[in-house]
Design a protein around this ligand. Structure first.
Ligand SMILES: Cc1ncc(COP(=O)(O)O)c(C=O)c1O
Length: 435
């Protein structure tokens, strides 16, 4: 397709896009002349939903107006504030509302989940993660292993892609579980791998983990708000996520957690364990709300995932998320995903002619990816970085992931087909000027 034809095809797709009006509900970063940048970085930090200002201002006003009475009398009372987020989070994760809770941040939630679900015993002590896992996840699991006086080097099992490949087929994971499953206590796997953009079949992974007697937990940092999730039906044991990427909750926004109801409902609530294999680390906000303020020493768990809360919620880190999730609820994940597939397929088509100078690592099949494409520039990381810098100089916002990957994510809420075209043109020029 010629450059002009591709631009008119992109503009025709935008004109026919039933979700095109949503873009105007986000703040688009601009260059010094006031033109919107080509923002393709929602996999790192999502954009500000304009309605977030009013919600944050409402909380500040209620604080100013009511002081401590805001806990009960703010327009959105602060004591049960997390409940504002439960229904949309359940919608996005394919969970029951009681199975999800907005709290803390991703790594903290991962530690809480490992405290409950990682119970090494006998020969079953190992944790299986992907080789090249996000550093924070690896630090978290390695520290839990060490916390229990085990050796992280021999206890952590890191599964690499088959030789010469970048992706891990589910079959490889299944074969690993079939071989080592009796030694594995817990599998922690990403919904979408942060470096390659590969999306996994979570139900299949949970099934394989359970067949080997292992707990199946998921890091959904790059999946939530990006791919369609069915955690309840998949029988996932737990999942954790952050809200500043595809959920547009703002820098450092409140994270979230899923705990399958079979774990929280299996045992009497007057205990610290829920139904999970081990204990639950507890704090007063996980206590049932009705009797929380009696301040009694005995812990009575709230029902569901809410029992894992420790502290009262950070209202100002949660308020913007209410605005963003309202847009998700309005648009619906089915329509968003439909547009996302079309948009990423369009970008993929525009970039294929640049092969072999650019290699797309992300699977081509839309069922095996979200919106992110991960690109490797031929001729090494130094050239890749020069190309990346040349893209930034052309007003493209994407990111560079060590050692040699450029990640780009057209997000269906606020990106246009024209953005995909602009990126492909900028990349063509950047390759030309960075030999
Ligand atoms: C895959 C993955 N895991 C963990 C984290 C860490 O998140 P947090 O800083 O919210 O704990 C991130 C952050 O980008 C991530 O992408």
């Amino acid at each position: 397709m010629s450059v002009e034809l591709a631009l008119s095809a992109a503009q025709a797709r935008d004109a026919a896009d039933p979700l095109r009006a949503l873009r105007a509900r986000f703040a688009l970063p601009r260059d010094e002349r006031g033109a919107p940048l080509v923002y393709l970085c929602g996999h790192s930090l999502g954009l500000l939903p304009l309605a977030a200002r009013d919600i944050v201002n409402a909380e500040l006003d209620d604080w100013a107006r009511l002081g401590v009475y805001g806990h009960e009398h703010a327009r959105r009372p602060w004591v049960p504030y997390h409940e504002n987020l439960s229904a949309p989070l359940a919608m996005l994760t394919g969970a029951q509302p009681s199975e999800v809770v907005a709290m803390n941040s991703l790594t903290v939630n991962l530690h809480l989940m490992l405290a409950s679900f990682y119970r090494p015993s006998g020969a079953r002590t190992r944790i299986l993660i992907e080789a090249g896992a996000f550093s924070s996840d690896r630090h978290a699991v390695a520290s839990h292993i060490a916390w229990r006086d085990l050796d992280p080097e021999s206890t952590l099992l890191e599964l690499a892609p088959p030789a010469g490949q970048d992706l891990v087929p589910e079959e490889t994971l299944e074969a690993c579980l079939a071989e080592h499953g009796a030694q594995i206590a817990l599998v922690l796997w990403p919904g979408v791998q942060f470096r390659t953009g590969q999306a996994f079949d979570l139900a299949r992974i949970a099934r394989a983990a359970h067949a080997s007697g292992c707990i199946a937990g998921f890091d959904l940092a790059h999946s939530i708000g990006n791919t369609s999730l069915e955690l309840h039906a998949a029988q996932a044991d737990f999942a954790v996520w952050c809200s500043y990427k595809y959920l547009n909750g703002g820098p450092g926004a409140i994270g979230g957690c899923f705990i399958h109801q079979r774990h929280s409902e299996a045992q009497p609530r007057a205990s610290h364990s829920g139904g999970v294999p081990g204990a639950r680390l507890a704090g007063w906000w996980g206590h049932e709300e009705r009797t929380r303020f009696l301040m009694e020493p005995q812990f009575h768990a709230a029902s569901g995932a809410a029992a894992w809360q420790l502290s009262n919620p950070p209202i100002l880190a949660a308020a913007p998320l209410i605005a963003s999730l309202a847009i998700f609820s309005e648009a619906g994940m089915t329509a968003l995903r439909e547009k996302s597939v079309a948009l990423t397929d369009f970008l993929d088509e525009l970039l294929r002619p640049l092969e072999p100078a650019v290699r797309i690592l992300t699977p081509r099949d839309s069922a095996r990816r979200g919106c992110q494409l991960s690109l490797r520039i031929a001729a090494g990381a130094a050239r890749g970085k020069r190309v990346f810098d040349a893209l930034a100089a052309r007003g493209v916002v994407c990111d560079w992931r060590s050692p040699d990957i450029i990640r780009v994510a057209p997000v269906p809420l606020y990106n246009r087909f024209e953005d995909a075209w602009r990126f492909s043109r900028a990349l063509t020029e950047a390759l030309r000027e960075s030999p």
